[in-house]
Design a protein around this ligand. Structure first.
Ligand SMILES: Nc1ncnc2c1ncn2[C@@H]1O[C@H](COP(=O)(O)OP(=O)(O)O)[C@@H](O)[C@H]1O
Ligand SMILES: CC(=O)OP(=O)(O)O
Ligand SMILES: [Mg+2]
Length: 369
């Protein structure tokens, strides 16, 4: 079965055709405007045949499994737009375009949040008034689930241990950054919460800050809600700290030229990431391995080494292994905790879930209903 996978990140759009579990074609649109359908239509037309489309939908609310999308389910998923204001509209726009493709194939929505559906109650619950939690549905969800599912499976292969016996701290370092304790294949804790704004500092998102700050800005300085929302989502993190870009490549170049703001930006980014990793190591209780995945982790060996400079979690990066390529162990033999690097492959997980949802038989043809 050939599955067209659609993966909108906060700024990029990743399209692929996965054929029998293997990526047969892919395209990375670095700056998708969040509206136009040309990219999806053009890619689908260039890589026929397509038997189904699988769309990454960042917020699935309480959904625990993928859903075949139609007008009704798209309308329901709009309720989650305020809970992922940067991502959800992009996912739903693409799902809408996918339903309109001339091929007329089924469109499956796969949710980032589903991987975290079993978070223990004491992890999912915010210390907020009960009335609010009940009335407004305030709880922690967690994100990057498709990436985590793939990274966990791949780590088990690399370490030659079954998933059920692995205690992992998984770091997804892309434009969005999250850290998750995955034990026996299940998410036990994660740094993102009700929205993808909580936790580590990111490319353009602030991560966790004192909740008094937005209140102060709204009350004392008359900033509007939309100004605050835009600043926390789009002009904070590495972008806000460096004063230039949220792209770690650019911030690293500025630091190499001696720019003090870029140095501070990376110091803050790494400090907050290490703090989240230490917190997830508590939830994972003596993790066997730290897993690094996502664009920043994959392409920046120097930053990987720097992250573990202070032997965080007893992990030591081996310089030769760190320089090599492909999915692999990058820690030294003497390392107390293994460090594994896995290329982010949300595509594979999107295709796998899509085939499972459409009950594809062993021959690749849809099973008779
Ligand atoms: N060589 C590189 N190529 C692409 N991205 C890189 C590279 N080095 C670092 N990055 C960082 O990876 C980030 C994108 O990661 P990615 O996982 O693709 O994010 P997303 O899926 O959220 O768009 C960019 O913000 C960029 O800073
Ligand atoms: C949920 C999230 O932050 O996704 P991304 O990293 O793709 O922006
Ligand atoms: Mg991504």
């Amino acid at each position: 079965m050939r599955v067209l996978t659609v993966n909108p990140g906060s700024s990029s759009l990743k399209l692929a055709v996965v054929d029998g579990g293997v990526v047969a074609a892919e395209e990375h649109v670095a700056e998708w405007d969040g509206v136009t359908r040309d990219e999806l239509e053009g890619f689908a037309a260039a890589h026929p045949p397509v038997h189904a489309v699988s769309v990454r939908v960042v917020h699935g609310g309480d959904r625990t499994t993928p859903t075949v999308l139609d007008e009704g389910s798209l309308a329901e998923l709009r309720c989650q737009v305020p809970l992922a204001p940067v991502h959800q509209p992009r996912s739903l726009t693409l799902a809408r375009h996918a339903l309109d493709l001339p091929a007329g194939v089924p469109v499956v929505g796969c949710f980032d949040t589903a991987f975290h559906a079993g978070l223990p109650a004491h992890v999912a619950t915010y210390p907020l008034p009960r009335r609010w939690r009940d009335r407004y549905g305030l709880r922690r969800y967690g994100f990057h689930g498709l990436s985590l599912a793939h990274a966990t499976r791949r780590t088990a292969e690399l370490l030659d241990r079954p998933v059920r016996r692995l205690r992992l701290v998984c770091c997804h370092l892309g434009a969005g950054v999250s850290v998750t304790a995955v034990v026996g294949g299940r998410s036990l804790d994660t740094s993102m919460g009700f929205t993808p704004l909580e936790g580590a500092a990111m490319a353009t998102r602030c991560g966790s800050i004192d909740p008094g700050i937005p209140l102060y800005l709204l009350r004392e300085h008359g900033l509007s809600v939309s100004d605050v929302e835009a600043a926390l989502n789009r002009n904070s993190g590495l972008a806000g700290l460096s004063g230039t870009s949220g792209d770690v490549r650019e911030v690293l170049r500025s630091r190499a030229r001696g720019d003090p703001e870029a140095r501070l930006a990376l110091d803050v980014y790494l400090h907050r990431l290490r703090r989240e990793m230490a917190a997830q190591a508590v939830s994972a209780a003596e993790p066997d391995a730290v897993v690094l995945t996502g664009g920043v982790a994959e392409h920046q060996p120097g930053l990987r080494a720097e992250l573990f400079d202070g032997a965080l979690l007893g992990a030591r990066v081996d310089p030769a292994r760190n320089r090599a390529t492909g999915d692999r162990l990058i820690s030294a033999e003497s390392s107390r905790t293994a460090v594994v690097l896995v290329t982010c492959r949300e595509e594979n997980e999107l295709a796998r879930l899509c085939e499972e949802t459409l009950s594809v038989g062993p021959t690749g043809a849809p099973a008779p209903s």
